[in-house]
Design a protein. Structure first.
Length: 72
């Protein structure tokens, strides 16, 4: 899990999630509550997904959050 701030300064946590069909996603959760969002990853294993998350700069996390879809 990682923490970062969006372009407006709001705090977010991002972790690895998994869709029902097995696709790994970045799962964004606002730290002040509210709806979670997701962004699909290319990784094919949980370990690879964690490595992909850890390799992303905060700016890339902000870009992925902006393009993300509601979770659920």
């Amino acid at each position: 899990m990682r923490r970062f701030s969006d372009a407006e300064g709001a705090g977010w946590e991002v972790a690895i999630g998994r869709e029902s069909w097995g696709t790994f996603v970045l799962l964004f959760s606002p730290r002040n509550g509210g709806g979670a969002r997701k962004s699909v990853l290319q990784s094919e294993s949980h370990v690879a997904a964690e490595q992909e998350l850890q390799g992303l700069e905060d700016e890339e996390l902000r870009r992925r959050l902006e393009r993300s879809e509601p979770w659920g």
